[in-house]
Design a protein around this ligand. Structure first.
Ligand code: FES
Length: 104
């Protein structure tokens, strides 16, 4: 199982995905630059990604907590999500996301 992650230079990476891991953890574990400062507690918004539009409706709706925290992210779009709040399961094989810009 894989997820496809486009980095901030526009390069797409195919990453091995593990059931039960947060998408943020998969990205971080495979060495792509994602700050994820709070470690997945939905308390920092530095794991912000854009979900490919073909996948948007296939993910569960964000919780109110996630929506509130996204207010702190930069350049939020309709397809913005916090990648620590997406728990990978086999139905998400092939999920495509793009890393959002980071606060410098
Ligand atoms: Fe902090 Fe996702 S890692 S909100």
């Amino acid at each position: 199982m894989k997820i496809l992650v486009t980095d901030r230079d526009g390069v797409e990476h195919s990453l091995d995905a593990i059931e039960g891991w947060r998408v943020m953890e998969i990205i971080r574990d495979r060495g792509l630059p994602i700050k994820a400062e709070c470690g997945g507690a939905c308390a920092c918004a530095t794991c912000h990604v854009y979900v490919d539009e073909t996948w948007q409706a296939r993910l569960p709706e964000p919780t109110d907590e996630e929506i509130d925290m996204l207010d702190n992210a930069l350049e939020v779009e309709d397809n913005s999500r916090l990648s620590c709040q997406i728990i990978f399961n086999p139905e998400y094989d092939g999920l495509k996301v793009t890393l959002a810009p980071e606060d410098m």
